[in-house]
Write a protein that binds this ligand. Structure first.
Ligand code: SAM
Length: 352
């Protein structure tokens, strides 16, 4: 145990950073300027990971987390940080990354959520021995829940009646649109199911159930309308999880597309940003790796009466050099792992 340790800053995962004898210590659930007693859990050559045993001095930016599962479930990491201060933290992280990589961006605007609760339109839950919840951080230990405060209220209705699914063990993904229509995606090692669909339909607006990649009720897709654009979304296609921020993102894309530009939209999902760009651009080329998302993209172009967009199916890193298309505007919205070396080189060669 180490006493009276000063937390100096936060790392990108939201862990407090402290130093003991020059060695970096990452401390969970600790904010800058706090003084804490800690216990080291993991001791590596270059750094250690620790937990707080006692708070000696609390940060004025600390708030009491309203979630009963906070610090138990592996979900939200910064719920103990005042929302506006947590945005400030993220803003500085982005700014520092730009500076570190010598990218000259004049203004970084932050779009805050109007409500930082009940916004998520998708969550993935585990069911173990008939109990439902999330995994505890970095473990396969279930933290049983009866609601998730950041999920749309219709998702919480499903959690309330999940026993109607009669699943002993597996994964349940719940997706919902702004009309509260629900698509359930279930993965289980047991191929036999016994879902009480009629009872479920009395509780929620069910549009489909996909069980081990097979549709067993309704459809394997749903629709979402954002900024007057309609999108078909298959069960395995990506869609932005926060509809309010998605609407703002669409406006941002639209505001930054010049008339007559030619756009390359990498990691295009169901074609959202490309379709928004297409309303101003001369032409849009979109690249996406998930087949259903590309099919959705083509359908979404039709639904939104867009005829100046072309979708390519494939891995960006492998096909981007073979596309042979001229563009002067780039949209990149990669998955969490970020851009790979080949794609970074392609972008640098083309645009720098
Ligand atoms: C963060 S999402 C963005 C989607 C879209 N821009 C939107 O806003 O809805 C990232 C997308 O990249 C796709 N993806 C992941 N790895 C890829 C790769 N190597 N090549 C092409 N697409 C990829 C995912 O399937 C997902 O649709």
């Amino acid at each position: 145990m180490y006493n009276n340790i000063l937390i100096e800053s936060l790392d990108s995962f939201g862990r407090g950073i402290a130093h003991i004898n020059g060695k970096v210590i990452f401390v969970k659930n600790a904010l800058p300027e706090e003084i804490v007693d800690i216990k080291i859990l993991i001791n590596k050559k270059r750094y250690s990971e620790a937990i707080v045993l006692k708070y000696i001095k609390l940060s004025p930016k600390r708030v009491k987390s309203i979630c009963p599962y906070f610090n138990k479930c592996g979900g939200c990491h910064l719920l103990y940080y005042n929302y506006l201060d947590s945005i400030d933290f993220k803003y500085n992280k982005v700014k520092d990354l730009f500076i570190k990589n010598k990218i000259n961006v004049k203004n970084i605007d932050v779009v805050a959520n109007t409500n930082y609760l009940e916004y998520r339109n998708k969550i993935s839950l585990k069911i173990i021995n008939k109990k439902i919840g999330f995994y505890k951080d970095s473990t396969h230990e279930l933290v049983e829940i009866d609601k998730c405060l950041i999920a749309n209220s219709s998702i919480n209705k499903v959690i309330k009646c999940y026993k109607l699914l009669n699943i002993n063990n597996g994964e349940l993904i719940i997706r919902v649109n702004s009309n509260n229509e629900i698509l359930l995606i279930i993965k289980s090692s047991n191929n036999n199911y016994n879902i009480e669909i009629e009872k479920l339909k009395k509780e929620i607006k069910l549009v489909g159930i996909v069980y081990n990649n097979k549709v067993i009720y309704g459809n394997d897709f749903y629709y979402e309308r954002i900024n007057n654009k309609l999108f078909k979304i298959s069960y395995d296609s990506f869609f932005q999880v926060n509809p309010y921020i998605t609407s703002k993102l669409f406006n941002l894309v639209s505001d930054n597309i010049d008339q007559d530009s030619t756009v390359l939209d990498l990691y295009s999902g169901v074609g959202t940003l490309g379709i928004i760009a297409s309303t101003k651009a001369k032409y849009v080329y979109s690249v996406e790796i998930v087949k259903n998302a590309v099919l959705n993209g083509n359908k979404n172009a039709l639904l939104n009466k867009v005829n100046n967009i072309k979708f390519f199916l494939g891995d960006v890193s492998k096909i981007v050099n073979k596309l042979n298309v001229e563009f002067n505007t780039l949209i990149i919205d990669p998955p969490r792992c970020g851009l790979d070396k080949e794609t970074i080189k392609f972008i640098k060669d083309k645009l720098c």
